[in-house]
Write a protein that binds this ligand. Sequence first.
Ligand code: ZN
Ligand code: ZN
Length: 349
Amino acid sequence: MRAVVFEQFGEPAEVREVPDPKPAEHGVVVRVEATGLCRSDWHGWTGHDPDITLPHVPGHELAGVVESVGSRVGGWRPGDRVTVPFVCACGTCPACAAGDQQVCERQTQPGFHHWGSFAQYVALDHADVNLVAVPDDMAYATAAALGCRFATAFRAVVQQGRVAAGEWVSVHGCGGVGLSAVMIAAAAGARVVAVDVSPRALDLARTCGAAECVDATGLPDPAAAVRELTGGGAHLSLDALGSPATCAASVNGLRRRGRHVQVGLLPSPDGTTPVPLARAIALELELLGSHGMAAHAYPGMLRLVRSGVLRPELLLTSTITLDAAPAALAAMDTARGAGVTVIEPWHRK
Ligand SMILES: [Zn+2]
Ligand SMILES: [Zn+2]
C-alpha cells in the first residue's frame, strides 16, 4: 500500500510503498476513504509524543470500509462503513469497565502507538469495542472529522463542560476542535464568544454560530475582552488550541464558579504548564480535562448530526491527496484556524 512515512522527527515525510497491514485477532483492517489532518499529527511529527517509534505513519481521524477482520471479531464484517475514536480502548481494564474508554489504561491510538491512517489501509485494535458504524447517508470526509476533533469537542462541551442553554461559552482557538466546540455550544443554546488571531478562523466561527468574536491579534489581555462581552465572564470556557497563553486566557475569562475545559494539547519541555490557580481558588473555578470520547457515546452525537442540528461538514475547508499530505503536515504549524483538511488516500492526480 501507499503511505505517508517519516524516518526522523521534523524531517520531511514522504509517500512510499509499505507492506499492507494485517488485522490482530481482535482487530480489523480498514480501507481508508478519508482521514483528517490534525494538529496532533503535527505534534507527533515534530517529536512531542513519546508514544511514537520511528519510522512512523501518522493519521488518527479516519473513516472507511472494513477490509478484513480478525478471528475473534464478532460484530463487524468486510464492507461495513466505519469510523473510530482516536483513543482505541482495550475494553477490559478498570476504566473501560466503568464506561470510560476515552481514558483506557491500555489504549492504542492509531497514528501514535502504531501506524495510522495516512495510508490506503490501517489496522485497528479491539474492533468490537471501538468501531462505530457510519450512516449510509454520511460522507466519509464528514465521518473522518468525527473521530477526533468533533467528538472531542462534543465531550468537552456537553459532557465535561455541562453546557446549558443561555450560558456564555468562550472558545479560545478556532481550529478544527475549536470550531466544532463553537457549533456544539451554539446548538445547545449557549451564547458563544470565539477568540482567535486569524480573521478567517473568526469568519468560520461566525458561520458555526458564534455570537461574538474577539480578534486577539495584538490584544494584551483577551480575557478582559471576554469578561467585557459577557458581563463578567464566561460560564464555560475552552482552551481549544493548547498554549500557556490560551490556557491562561480561558481561565481568566471565566466568571465566578465558571468551568474551564482544557482540550488543546499542552506540550512543554518539563511536562508542566503555568495555570492561574489563585483565580481558581478565589472564584471557585472548576478546571477540567477532556480526552476524546468513547465509541459508546457516539450514537447521541450522530443523531444530532443526522437531524441537521450539528453540521460537521461545514468545517471541511479542503480535500487533498496522499501525495500532498507531507507538505500539508509540515505546514500545520502555521495553518491555525484554516478549518479542517481531509486526505483521500485513494484519490490520485
Ligand atoms: Zn486529531
Ligand atoms: Zn481499557
